[in-house]
Each structure stands twice: as C-alpha cells, then as structure tokens.
Write a protein that binds this ligand. Structure first.
Ligand code: C2E
Ligand code: CA
Ligand code: CA
Length: 598
C-alpha cells in the first residue's frame, strides 16, 4: 500500500487551485475577446447599414447613432452621440437646415408614430431628397429610429408611374391619365365650366393601310404635336385615347364661342399637309364636343355624349364638328341597330332574298340621245323600316366592311342583268374604296366577267378619288390590271371631296363624272358653268369622256350640250329603274333617242 505524506496532499490542492484559476482567466479573456469582437462586428454592421439608425433609451436619449445617419443629415458626430437628447439632435439638424418646421411638432409626430406601431413617415429635405423614417418602440422602453434615403426609389417609381400614364407613341397622356384628370375636373371645388372634345382622324385606317404603319405613326405623332399647340393654356389637357382618337379638355368662362375658336384653330392647323415617311398627306378630323355639366354631370356620361357627338359628326360626312344634342343618342342607337340588321342581311346565305335589289339608271350620249350604259344602284328594303337610302346604308356598310360582300353581290347581279341587254350597252358599277383595299379585287372582277359572259369593255367601274389619296399602290395596281383587261374606269363625283386635279395624273381614267352639285347651279347667273367647262376641257385634252350627273331640267341639258359634255344622267331622262323595267326601256331606246334629239 502506498502512503502519501500530508504536505504532499496540500501541495496538490494548491496546484489544482492555481491550474483552475489560470484556466478560468483564459476562459474569461476568451469570453471578453469574443464579446469585444462581437461588439466591434455589431458596431461595424450598424455603421455600414444602408439606413441611418438612432437608438433611444426610455429617457429619449441617444444610445446608438450610426455613421449612415450622420451622413444622411450631415450632422456632427460630436453632437449627435450617445447621451444626446432627441430635442438636441433635432435642434442641431434645424440649425443645419435638414429639418424644416417646428422641433416640438416633430417630437409629437414621433410620439404619435410610436403609439401607432411605427408607421412610415416621408420627410422631404430642402435639397430635394426624400427620407423614409420608421420609429419603432422597444420592450426596454426606448425606440429605434431608421432613416432611409428613398429619393432614387421614388424617382424610379415616378418614372414607372409616368410611363404607365403616357402614350409611348406620342408622349401624350393616355386613356388612364385622361380618366383621372376628367375625374378631378368634376371634383374641382370652384367647378369651372369645361368642354370635352373628342377628335378622330377621318379615314385613318385607309392612310395606315395605304402608306404603311410607320407613316401612320408619323401622322399620329404630328397630330398629337399640333393638338398640343392648339391646347396650350396651362389648364388645357390633351390626351390620346388610343388608335386615332384624341381628346382635349378646355376650361372656359361662359362663352361657347371660345370653344368654336379652339375648334377653328384645330381645323386650321390639322389641314396643313403632314410629312409622313416622305409623303405629304392631307388629313381631316371629326370632332364631337360635350360641355360640362349640360351634357353630363359625371365623367362617364360626358365622355359617352362627346363620343356620340363625334360619331354624329362622322355620319354627317366627316371633317366637321358637332356639339352634343340629346337627339344624337337616339340616332346613334338607330345607326347601331341598322348596322346589326345590315350585317344579318348581308351575311346570310342569299343576299338577294334579304331585301337587296339593283336598280339601273341610263347614261345618255348628248350627241344623239342614245343610251350608252346603265349605272347599277343598290337598293335595300328593310323588313320593318321599308326602303333605306343608299346614302344612309352604304357608309355603314363601308365602316363595317360589309361592303366587301355586298359589293361582290352587286357586281355579279349587275353583270347578270347586263348579259341580257344589247351588247352595245355598257354597265357601270360603283366600287367602294374599302373594296379596293383588297388585293384580290381584280381577280374577283375578272372572274365575275367570265361567269357572266359580258365583255370586259362593257363594264365600267366607278371609283371616287379617295382611293387615290396617298398614292395607294394596291389600288393603283388593281386599277392597272383591270384597265389592261379592257375594263373602263370612271372617276365618280368629281368636284366633291379633295378634288385635286393631280388625281387625274395618277391614273388614265376613261371618264369623269361631274358631280350633280355643279349641274344644279349650271344655269345660275353666278353658276358653275365655267367650272364644268374647265373640267370638260381638261378631260377632252386627256382623251377622257365626261358624264354630267343629276340632270333634271331642259336648261341644264342645253347648257351641257353647249359646254361639250359627252353624256348625261339624271331624272330628266330617267330615274333609276328595276332590272325588268330597264330591259323594257332598252328595247325602246330608238324611240327615246328620237325624242331626245329633237
Ligand atoms: P352616285 O354613285 O353618285 O349615284 C348617283 C346618285 O344620284 C343615285 O343616288 C341616283 O339615284 C341619284 N340621281 C340620279 N339622277 C338624279 C337626279 O337627276 N337628281 C338627283 N337629285 N339625284 C339623282 P342613289 O341611288 O341614292 O345612290 C346614292 C349613292 O350611293 C351613289 O351615288 C353611290 O355613291 C352609292 N351607291 C349606290 N349603289 C352603290 C353600290 O352598289 N356600291 C357602292 N359602293 N355605292 C353605291
Ligand atoms: Ca356612281
Ligand atoms: Ca356620282
């Protein structure tokens, strides 16, 4: 057995205590080191935060202030430091200009925000920056205040918001922006009178289809810029609703003449030629006007009514402006119903059994009174409303493109009728510009000729100058194709519309049909005889014949013979007649000719 002396046992105990003591010191040093490290990391993390941070104790004194806070407000770290009170921080900032307003009010705002659970507060600084501040209470009784510079974020948000409210093509406010603005216009406390103008470019679709979308875009940008010039008052508002639709809001005192003046300025400026992809294009617009509150005491009613007035302006022949009237709503509804009925009638299998028929009106040679051809004129007998004038339903058929099917039917029917007439009698068919936009028109016409057995030389297509606006390549190619096949081409309604003599250079027409408005006034003292003479002279020089439309009196007939016009057409000789009656008339042509000559 081993025995341990007593002194040895005491020494071991001493050594053990010393060892534990050293170990504990090491551990303590390690712990302090760790704490210090953590504190320094924490301090560095706090200083490198993207937000400014202030930590306050329950006595409203600063415990921590990070570097970012110092940087945001440019304050001195000698003043804003632990122990400094909230008031002192604020007074220092007020001195430096990063706090505008009352220090007490600011303290009150902090107290309120803390009691409401730390709702964000945006502070705008004199230098244009925006700082978002959130004050949040801590369990210990103090609070944390974070300060974030959100200037850039707000700028981006604003740019995105602006983009969402602007039309990217023209830079004008878009529909959404317009609706907001119209709403605020109605909420305006002094309730100023204002006019809402709905502006729609006439025949924009055909310009776009003809010249291409780039030119269409150029045109819309030019229209936007010009409207902006017209509506230049601070309180004016111009927007693009989409497509070719624009709006203007104009406040005015009480005199509606102010609006008439604005409209006159718009028409004057928009009538100036527009350069589109190298082409000079002439445009027109239709304008519908609603006045608040007479024509609508809320945004949607006023918008609907101004829009209705614009549609009425279109239906009234375009290139005009109309103020809203309650009767227009009924008329627009009637037009919509008519369009639905027309669609039903045209798209059903057998167009002929749906109230459509062709009448024919003879064209007579002025030299010998001989009928040269007959113009096919479409008639529509509505099942409930009875006969509807083509002047009413043709524009609806054109706007809805139903004219394409309807026009094909007219062509086939007219050729079928002509196939039973004497072979020296031609047949004239009206072709709408809408039909000319289709590249297959020439093929359809030639096909219909083959089926009917009518010689191409007997067919005359009547077109209006609208199809030549903007040098439509498809339309011109179609015209040349048909002309080369022997089909005759007549320029209808000459003297109305744009009436540019330059259109006569664009295609070698066989005939000019002089519009009835000139024939009406041909025998007045201040009449249009000299215009008719000029047209006849130009036509003769270019190898074209002339037909006077709407001849109703013997005096007109005598004047036309005197002026050297080739043909006449009008009630004086015959009204348009159904196919059976025209056949009858053609068989008696010889006797009529005798009457005419004497
Ligand atoms: P438009 O091509 O100028 O046709 C001549 C119009 O003048 C016809 O009117 C005819 O009835 C009318 N008229 C003829 N002689 C006289 C007269 O002595 N005095 C007066 N005041 N009027 C006369 P309607 O049949 O009402 O046709 C109107 C318009 O509708 C036509 O004008 C034409 O633009 C269009 N239209 C008619 N049928 C068709 C068609 O099949 N296709 C297309 N695209 N348009 C058509
Ligand atoms: Ca015609
Ligand atoms: Ca005509």
């Amino acid at each position: 057995m081993i025995t341990v002396p007593a002194f040895a046992t005491g020494q071991v105990a001493l050594w053990t205590v010393a060892l534990y003591g050293a170990l504990a010191t090491c551990l303590l040093i390690a712990l302090i080191y760790r704490i210090l490290m953590q504190k320094s990391r924490l301090a560095s993390a706090i200083d490198n935060m993207t937000q400014g941070l202030l930590l306050f104790d329950a006595n409203k004194r600063v415990v921590i202030c990070n570097q970012r806070y110092i940087d945001i407000y440019g304050v001195s770290s000698d003043i804003v430091k632990p122990g400094c009170s909230l008031r002192d921080v604020l007074l220092h900032r007020k001195e430096l200009g990063s706090l505008i307003g009352d220090v007490d009010a600011y303290c009150e705002r902090v107290a309120n925000d803390l009691s409401e659970g730390g709702r964000p507060f945006i502070l705008s600084l004199a230098d244009g920056r925006f700082i978002q501040i959130i004050d949040r209470s801590m369990a210990s009784g103090g609070w944390v205040s974070t300060h974030e510079d959100i200037t850039e974020r707000r700028r981006i948000d604003k740019a995105i918001e602006d983009m969402a409210l602007r039309d990217s093509l023209t830079g004008l406010p878009n529909r959404g922006f317009f609706q907001k603005r119209l709403g605020t216009e109605f909420e305006s406390p002094n309730n100023p009178k204002f006019a809402l103008l709905f502006i729609d470019v006439d025949d924009f679709k055909s310009i776009n289809d003809t010249l291409g979308h780039e030119a269409g875009d150029d045109l819309l940008r030019a229209v936007a810029a010009r409207l902006h010039i017209c509506a230049a008052r601070d309180s004016d508002f111009v927007a693009r609703l989409g497509g070719d639709e624009f709006v203007i809001i104009r406040r005015f005192s009480s005199d509606p003449d102010e609006i008439e003046k604005l409209v006159a300025e718009i028409f004057a400026l928009l009538h100036e030629p527009i350069e589109c992809s190298g082409e000079r294009v002439l445009i027109d617009v239709s304008i519908g006007i609603g006045i608040s509150p007479n024509h609508g005491s809320d945004p949607s009613t006023l918008m609907r009514n101004a829009d209705t007035a614009m549609y009425q302006a279109k239906a009234a022949g375009k290139r005009t402006h109309l103020f809203y009237e309650p009767a227009m709503t009924a008329s627009l509804n009637a037009r919509r119903r008519l369009e639905a009925d027309l669609r039903h009638a045209v798209l059903s299998k057998d167009i002929g059994s749906n109230g459509f028929s062709l009448y024919f009106q003879p064209l007579v040679a002025l030299a010998d009174g001989r009928i040269t051809s007959c113009e096919a004129l479409l008639r529509w007998h509505h099942p409930l409303l009875g006969p509807i004038s083509p002047e009413q339903f043709i524009p609806i058929a054109e706007d809805s493109r139903l004219i394409i099917e309807l026009g094909e039917w007219v062509l086939k029917e007219a050729l079928a009728a002509a196939s039973s007439w004497p072979i020296n009698i031609g047949v004239a068919v009206n072709v709408s510009p809408v039909q000319f936009r289709s590249p297959s028109l020439a093929l359809k016409v030639l096909n219909a000729l083959v089926i009917s057995g009518v010689a191409p030389q007997r067919l005359e297509l009547e077109i209006t100058e609208t199809i030549l606006i903007g040098d439509d390549k498809t339309a011109l190619a179609t015209l040349h194709q048909l002309h080369a096949a022997g089909v005759r081409i007549a320029l209808d309604d000459f003297g109305t519309g744009y009436s540019s003599l330059s259109y006569l250079q664009r295609f070698p027409f066989d005939k000019i049909k002089i519009d009835k408005t000139f024939i009406n006034r041909i025998d007045d003292s201040v009449g249009s005889a000299h215009i008719v003479r000029a047209i006849v002279d130009i036509a003769t020089a270019q190898g074209m014949t002339t037909t006077a439309e709407g001849v109703e009196t013997e005096n007109q007939l005598a004047a036309l013979k005197h002026l050297g016009c080739t043909e006449m057409q009008g009630f004086l000789f015959s009204r348009p007649l159904p196919a059976t009656e025209i056949s009858e008339l053609l068989s008696h042509d010889v006797e009529i000719r005798k009457l005419m000559v004497c």
